[in-house]
Write a protein that binds this ligand. Structure first.
Ligand SMILES: [Zn+2]
Length: 207
């Protein structure tokens, strides 16, 4: 099984930072994606970064896109031998450059509207581990095992052929969220790695 880890956004993506500009989603997601890949490799899995550049690679525009990279690997290795994880931090719908402490919090795992059962299962396993790691907040409202995923119209998950999940570990427009993102990297990394391993064990434990 090839585990592809995508870090959303690049240094040239506008917005996507804390209101004071100190926290940058592109930098955090690159670091987190690298931590996840490193730990999976250490455990003997074939894990790969989808984007090694600092620049934003478009989701699905032009000759080189993140979707094209994923689907090429699916074509070569078989889509049943690939899973995709896209790493993000969250922000509320009010992108006004202000802090929104207390309004929203917590880990979420998202899949596309056309998500396969495998995508939902992968999201569910990772979300369960995130709650176990204490990343639950007022947006982590789905408690029911097997149902811990949110369906959204996400290009990176919709257009890619393999099981695909996008996670938002905490909100970067709240002080508490930034604190979690910057101070709890190890538990965020382990929630993803353990969730992936739970999923792989569930579908047959293929390395
Ligand atoms: Zn993002």
């Amino acid at each position: 099984m090839i585990v592809l880890v995508d870090n959303g956004h690049g240094f040239d993506t506008k917005g996507k930072c804390s209101p004071d500009g100190k926290y940058q989603e592109w930098a955090w997601s690159r670091e987190m994606a690298s931590l996840i890949v490193r730990e999976l490799l250490r455990r003997g899995y074939d894990a790969r970064l989808l984007v090694t550049e600092r620049e934003d690679v478009p989701i699905n525009k032009g000759t080189d896109s993140r979707v094209k990279r994923v689907n090429e690997i699916c074509r070569v290795h078989g889509k049943e031998n690939v899973i995709l994880l896209s790493i993000h931090s969250n922000a509320g719908p009010v992108c006004d450059g202000q802090w929104h402490d207390g309004r929203w919090s917590g880990f979420v795992a998202e899949v596309s509207l056309n998500a396969s059962e495998k995508s939902k299962l992968l999201a569910d396993f990772i979300w369960a581990r995130a709650i176990e790691a204490g990343l639950k907040g007022n947006r982590s409202v789905i408690e029911k095992p097997g149902k811990r995923f949110i369906q959204q119209n996400l290009g990176i998950c919709r257009e890619t052929h393999c099981p695909a999940v996008l996670t938002e570990s905490a909100f970067h427009d709240t002080h508490d969220g930034v604190k979690i993102l910057t101070e709890r990297k190890q538990s965020i990394m382990l929630a993803h790695v353990n969730g992936i391993m739970d999923y792989l064990n569930h579908i047959g434990g293929v390395k």
